[in-house]
Design a protein around this ligand. Structure first.
Ligand code: C2E
Ligand code: MG
Ligand code: MG
Length: 636
C-alpha cells in the first residue's frame, strides 16, 4: 500500500505557474480523496494522497507537505493519533493539520485542536470552504514561516552582535590589560630610574669608603648654615677640621688595606662623639664636623676634647691594636664669613697650628693666624726667589773623635742670607721648604755643593786624614723616586768617592717611607755611601728598623747631651744608645757638645765622636779650610 501520488489524483499546476503549496490528503475513502485532490490541483496546489494513518506518517516525513488534510475516522489509526504522532516528531511538528470529519461534535473539535490541529472542516464539505480554509492556513503558514525566518534572522543578527560585542569586550579587556601591564612596566622603569638617580646623587655626595658625607655635601651644608646666619644673626655654629697625626706612616707601614679599615673605624668613633651633628670625610685622613648651636667656643672645644679623649682608646683592626691621635682646628661662625671655603680655610689653618704646636691637640682659629699664614706665604715667595738668586751658602761643622780631638769630617748646614730678611735660620725655612717641595732643588744644591767642597779640599791636599762629609736629607727628598740617580750624578760630576759621603736622615724618613726605604738604603749600601740616623731618640724610637736597615751611625740628639751633667736617667739613655750601637756595629756621634764635662762624660760612656760649639760652631768654607790647614787640625 503506497502513498498515492498518481497523476489523476495529483494533477500538477501548469508549467508557468509556481505551485501554491504541497498538500497531503489523508482519507480512507477513495472518493473523498479523489474529489479533494482534483479540486486542489485545479487551484494550483500540488497534491499527494494517503489512504490510512501509517501511510500518512511515512508520506509526511518523506515529502514534508505544506499542509495536511486529515480525516479523523479511519481504521487502525485515527486522525487524532496521526496528528499526535506528527506533532511528537521534530521534523513534522510544524506542518499544519486541518481535520476533516463527519463528526460534528464540539468535543471532537476541541480534541482536534488539543492534539495540534489548526482547523476543522465538517463533512460533507463544501469545496469552496476547504479551498478557503486551506488557502487561509497556507497563508498563515507562510506568514509564520516568514515570521520565523525573520525571527531567526533577527536572532542571528543579535547573536552576531552579541558575539561582536563579546569580542569587542574581550579586545577591550585585553587592551586594558595591556595598558595596565605597560603602565606597570613604565612605573617600574620610572621607579628604577628614580632609584638609580637617587643612588648616583648619593654617591656624588658621599665618601665610598666610610659612607660619610663628602666634601661637596659638607660644603653645601656649610653654605646653608652661613645663609641662615645672614638671616638670623643669633644663629651660631662651629666648624671642626680634624687631621689624623702621622697617618701616612701607618698607611706606609701597614698597607692601604689596613689604612682604609682604620679610617672607617676612626669615622665611626668620631660619629659616636658628635651624635647627629654633621660629620664628613674631606679626603685622606681629614674629617670635618659642623656643630650647630655653639654660642661660645667652649661648646666646640669641649667636643674637640671629647674626640681627643675617645681617640686615646686603642682601635682593634683585624685583632690588632692601633693608636692614633688627631690635630683639630676650630672656627666659630661669624657674620664676616661669606663663603664656606673661607671658613674651611681658617679651620685648616688652625688645624696646622695644632700640628705645629706638637699635634694631638686642638686650636681655635684667630685672625692673627691669618697674618702668620700670610707671612709664611711671603716667606715662601722669598724662598722661591732665593733659590733662583742663589742666596744660600753652606756652613761646615767639624765632627771630631772625642779621644784625640782630631777632625773626622764635617756636617754641611745650609744658611740663607736674604738681602731683605737678613739671616734666616734653617729651623724657620727648612720646614717651609719641605712643605712646599722647594727642599728638592735646595737639597740637591746642598748635596752638590758639599760634595764639591770636600773634593776641593781633597785635591788641595789640605789633609791626609780621610774626611767624610755629612749631608742632611729631608723626608721629602728621601721619598723622591730619582734620589739615587741624583746622587750618582752628583758624585760623578764632583768626582767624590761615594764612601766619603754620609747621608743624615731622621727616623721618620724611614718610618714614613718604609716600603721604599729598604730599596733606597740597599742601593746606598751598594755604593758604600754611609747612613746616619739624625736626632736619634727623639722620633719613633722604634728600634726594629735598625735590624732591617744598613745604618752606620747613630747621632745622639742634643737634648740628651745638654742634660748629661745633671740628669741621671739621661746618662742611662745615652749609655743604652752607645751599647746598642756597639752591639750592632754602628758608630755614635753626640750632637751639641758645649762643655768639657759633657765631652768627658760621653767619652766615658764609650761614645767615639761628637760635634758641638765646644769644638767649633758651623763655619763657612773659608774658615773650615783654615781649620784644615792648622797643624794636625785637632780640637784637643
Ligand atoms: P741637625 O742636622 O741636627 O744639625 C745640627 C744642628 O745643631 C745645627 O743647627 C747646628 O748648628 C746645631 N748645633 C751644633 N752644635 C751645637 C751646639 O753645641 N749647641 C747648639 N745649641 N746647637 C748646636 P742648624 O744649622 O740651625 O740646623 C738645624 C737643623 O736644620 C738641622 O739639624 C737639620 O735638621 C736642618 N738642616 C740644616 N741644614 C740642612 C740642609 O742642608 N738640608 C736639610 N734637609 N736640613 C738641614
Ligand atoms: Mg744633621
Ligand atoms: Mg741633629
Amino acid at each position: 500500500m503506497a502513498l498515492n501520488t498518481q497523476a489523476p489524483q495529483t494533477a500538477s499546476p501548469s508549467i508557468n505557474e509556481e505551485p501554491k503549496g504541497l498538500i497531503l490528503i489523508v482519507d480512507d475513502t477513495p472518493h473523498n480523496l479523489q474529489i479533494l485532490s482534483t479540486a486542489l490541483t485545479k487551484q494550483g496546489y500540488q497534491v499527494r494522497g494517503a489512504a490510512n494513518g501509517s501511510m500518512a506518517l511515512i508520506g509526511a516525513r518523506n515529502i514534508m507537505p505544506d499542509l495536511i488534510l486529515l480525516d479523523i475516522k479511519m481504521p487502525e489509526m485515527d486522525g487524532y493519533t496521526v496528528c499526535e504522532k506528527l506533532k511528537a516528531e521534530a521534523e513534522t511538528q510544524e506542518i499544519p493539520v486541518i481535520f476533516i470529519s463527519a463528526l460534528d461534535d464540539a468535543l471532537d473539535k476541541v480534541k482536534a485542536f488539543d492534539v495540534g490541529g489548526v482547523d476543522y472542516i465538517t463533512k460533507p464539505f463544501q469545496l469552496a470552504e476547504i479551498l478557503a480554509r486551506v488557502d487561509n492556513q497556507l497563508t498563515i503558514g507562510r506568514l509564520q514561516k516568514a515570521q520565523r525566518l525573520q525571527n531567526e534572522q533577527l536572532q542571528k543578527e543579535i547573536r552576531n552582535r552579541i558575539a561582536a560585542e563579546t569580542q569587542i569586550q574581550a579586545l577591550n579587556a585585553d587592551l586594558e590589560q595591556r595598558v595596565i601591564q605597560r603602565t606597570e612596566r613604565l612605573n617600574q622603569e620610572i621607579a628604577q630610574r628614580e632609584q638609580a638617580q637617587k643612588l648616583l646623587k648619593y654617591m656624588a655626595m658621599h665618601d665610598p669608603l666610610t659612607d660619610l658625607p663628602n666634601r661637596t655635601l659638607f660644603l653645601n651644608h656649610l653654605e646653608e648654615a652661613l645663609q641662615q646666619l645672614q638671616q638670623t644673626p643669633d644663629h651660631s655654629f662651629s666648624l671642626l677640621f680634624l687631621d689624623c697625626d702621622r697617618f701616612k706612616a701607618i698607611n706606609d707601614a701597614l698597607g692601604h688595606l689596613v689604612g682604609d679599615q682604620f679610617l672607617v673605624a676612626i669615622g665611626q668613633r668620631l660619629q659616636t662623639c658628635v651624635g647627629d651633628q654633621m660629620l664628613a670625610r674631606l679626603g685622606g685622613d681629614e674629617f670635618t664636623i659642623l656643630l650647630q648651636n655653639t654660642p661660645n667656643k667652649t661648646v666646640a672645644t669641649s667636643v674637640a676634647e671629647t674626640i681627643q679623649q675617645s681617640l686615646l682608646r686603642p682601635f682593634d683592626i683585624n685583632g690588632n691594636e692601633f693608636f692614633i691621635s688627631a690635630s683639630i682646628g676650630i672656627v666659630i661662625s661669624h657674620s664676616s664669613y661669606k663663603q664656606p671655603a673661607d671658613m674651611l680655610r681658617d679651620a685648616d689653618t688652625a688645624m696646622y697650628r695644632a700640628k705645629a704646636l706638637g699635634k694631638a691637640r686642638h686650636v681655635v682659629f684667630n685672625t692673627s693666624m691669618h697674618e702668620d699664614v700670610q707671612n709664611s706665604l711671603q716667606l715662601e715667595t722669598d724662598l722661591r726667589r732665593a733659590i733662583d738668586r742663589q742666596e744660600f751658602i753652606l756652613n761646615y761643622q767639624p765632627i771630631v773623635a772625642l779621644d784625640t780631638g782630631l777632625i773626622r769630617g764635617f756636617e754641611a748646614l745650609v744658611r740663607w742670607i736674604s738681602p731683605d730678611l737678613g739671616f734666616v735660620s734653617p729651623g724657620q725655612f727648612i720646614p717651609l721648604a719641605e712643605d712646599t717641595g722647594l727642599i728638592i732643588p735646595l737639597g740637591e744644591w746642598v748635596l752638590r755643593e758639599a760634595c764639591r767642597q770636600l773634593r776641593t779640599w781633597q785635591t788641595e791636599n789640605l789633609t791626609d786624614i780621610p774626611l767624610t762629609m755629612s749631608v742632611n736629607l729631608s723626608v721629602k727628598q728621601f721619598s723622591q723616586p730619582n734620589l739615587i740617580e741624583t746622587i750618582d750624578q752628583i758624585l760623578a760630576e764632583t768626582q767624590l768617592s761615594a764612601h766619603c759621603l754620609k747621608l743624615e736622615i731622621t727616623e721618620s724618613a724611614i718610618m714614613e717611607n718604609s716600603e721604599s726605604a729598604a730599596k733606597i738604603l740597599d742601593q746606598l749600601r751598594a755604593r758604600h755611601i754611609h747612613l746616619s740616623i739624625d736626632d736619634f731618640g727623639t722620633g719613633y724610637s722604634s728600634l726594629s728598623y735598625l735590624n732591617r736597615f744598613p745604618v752606620n751611625t747613630l747621632k745622639v740628639d742634643r737634648s740628651f747631651v745638654s742634660r748629661l751633667d745633671s740628669d741621671e736617667p739621661n746618662i742611662a739613655i745615652v749609655q743604652a744608645i752607645v751599647t746598642l750601637a756597639q752591639t750592632m756595629g754602628m758608630d755614635v756621634v753626640a750632637e751639641g757638645i758645649e762643655t768639657t764635662e759633657q765631652q768627658l762624660q760621653l767619652k766615658s760612656l764609650g761614645c767615639e765622636y761628637g760635634q758641638g760649639y765646644l769644638f767649633c760652631k758651623p763655619v763657612n768654607a773659608e774658615a773650615a779650610s783654615e781649620i784644615l790647614t792648622r797643624k794636625n787640625h785637632s780640637f784637643g
